[in-house]
Design a protein around this ligand. Structure first.
Ligand code: NDP
Length: 435
């Protein structure tokens, strides 16, 4: 598609989906000849805007803000906001496109969107973060709403940022609605939302392991990232009896051969969420661990790998190393962490491999549950939300089997997730006509 030639991440995401979907469309007269995929790859709306804010030195800074409203066939646009210096239209379009399929897989009525800014939160004071979030919302507010588009967090956007964004939305609109998810518990948030993506990634891996009569118990696990998704993936893996060897950030990874237990994880959470420090500081408290600068952790021998940092963090050579070292299961907590080459290697080796749009859907699913609680004006217990999350991850796993199981019994989770998501959105688009 010539229109998108300058957008490599978006093309990568579309090619991966097209590879499973095109043969399916060709063999299915309900979808053939209707240009559905062509319609799906064009965002319904892409908004780009200026964000001016004042730093602590009194200097005016300018960033670019975006919202990609990709597809609203099955519900209001839904997807996170990312604040990271690498943010551009290509990255947000890839994320929004993935989100359409992921949201459909959850079975909840949510369309797909994504947004954010090239603002870099690293090293900014709390006041600067607040001023930026407020400035960002003074434009975004006119494009979103609880029945139109409901943003949430992503890289660089957690409960603190959602709070500042929500505060400005409420002031501008003079209404208290569930326009953002990932809110604090005392002002409309859902229990389990912070944990949901990481927990869901592990629940999904648990289901995959079950197909081989296996489990997390006594397995070694390598995790990348040390943010929201990584932290709770580690927590759940520990609960299920695994030994977690690594965590990382953009400066490198730590390897703790004694295992990152729950006490050490609490220290990582303190470092990352409160002190906003680097992962390398882990070794100051636990000197038996090692910090490996500038590298990803995929060379560490493990049974299970959970990539939970960012896109394209695991390439073909990494995948081949993981396989050679005996890795049996890869469940993606991040969006598109594996390159196309890495995905090819996992498939060739026929190990258990789940793409993020299936395995990390627990986050947005729980955001959907937050929207429901907001509409009903009530709050469910931790246990209720966790049970619903488990059930949703289980249903997604079933959908992947439905469309991805091959004759020899191998489950192609990529194909399964792509076709299951496509069918739901395509049916709604066909029913609504050419709009
Ligand atoms: P956070 O901002 O909480 O954490 C991101 C982590 O990834 C940090 O450890 C960060 O390190 C690392 N990271 C970010 N960019 C890079 C990079 N370019 N190279 C190496 N490491 C990097 O974000 P989340 O945990 O929320 O998100 C992680 C992934 O999960 C993303 O792909 C996101 O899209 C995906 N995801 C998140 C969901 C959620 O609910 N939060 C839902 C579904 C998917 P550093 O601190 O050094 O930047």
């Amino acid at each position: 598609n010539k229109r998108n030639n300058h957008e490599p991440e978006f093309l990568q995401a579309v090619e991966e989906v097209a590879e499973s979907i095109i043969p399916f469309i060709v063999n299915n007269k309900n979808y053939y000849g209707k240009n559905i995929l062509l319609r799906m790859v064009e965002p319904e709306r892409l908004i780009s805007f200026r964000v001016c804010w004042m730093d602590d030195q009194g200097e005016i800074q300018v960033n670019r803000g975006y919202r990609v409203q990709m597809n609203s066939a099955i519900g209001p646009y839904k997807g996170g906001l990312r604040f990271h210096p690498t943010v551009n239209a290509s990255i947000l379009k890839f994320l929004a496109f993935e989100q359409v399929f992921k949201n459909a897989l959850t079975t909840l009525p949510m369309g797909g969107g994504k947004g954010g800014s090239d603002f870099d939160p690293k090293g900014k004071s709390d006041d600067e973060i607040m001023r930026f979030c407020h400035a960002f919302m003074t434009e975004l507010f006119r494009h979103i709403g609880s029945n139109t588009d409901v943003p949430a967090g992503d890289i660089g956007v957690g409960t603190r940022e959602v709070g500042y964004l929500f505060g400005m939305y409420k002031k501008l609109r003079n209404e208290f609605t569930g326009v953002l998810t990932g809110k604090g518990i005392s002002w409309g948030g859902s229990l389990i939302r912070p944990e949901a993506t990481g927990y869901g990634t592990v629940y999904f891996a648990e289901k995959m392991l079950e197909t081989k009569g296996d489990s997390f118990n006594n397995k070694t696990v390598v995790v990348s990232g040390s943010g929201n998704v990584a932290q709770y993936a580690v927590e759940k893996a520990l609960e299920l009896g695994a030994k977690v060897l690594t965590m990382s950030d953009s400066s490198g990874y730590i390897i703790d051969s004694n295992g990152i237990d729950s006490e050490k994880l609490a220290h990582v959470m303190e470092l990352k969420n409160v002190k906003r420090a680097r992962i390398s500081e882990y070794i100051e408290k636990y000197p038996n661990a090692e910090f490996v600068k500038g590298k990803t952790p995929w060379g560490v021998t493990c049974d299970i790998a959970l990539p939970c940092a960012t896109q394209n963090e695991l390439d073909q050579a990494d995948a081949e190393t993981l396989i050679k070292n005996g890795c049996i299961c890869v469940s993606e907590g991040a969006n598109m962490p594996s390159t196309r080459g890495a995905m090819g290697a996992f498939h060739k080796a026929k190990i258990l491999y789940a793409p993020g749009k299936a395995s990390n859907a627990g986050g947005v699913a729980t955001s959907g549950l937050e929207m429901t609680q907001n509409s009903l004006r009530l709050s469910w217990t931790r246990e209720e939300v966790d049970n619903k999350l488990k059930e949703i991850m289980c249903n997604i796993h079933d959908s992947c089997i439905k469309y991805g199981k091959e004759e020899d019994g191998y489950i192609d989770y990529v194909k399964g997730a792509n076709i299951a998501g496509f069918v739901k959105v395509a049916d709604a688009m066909l029913a609504q006509g050419v709009v």
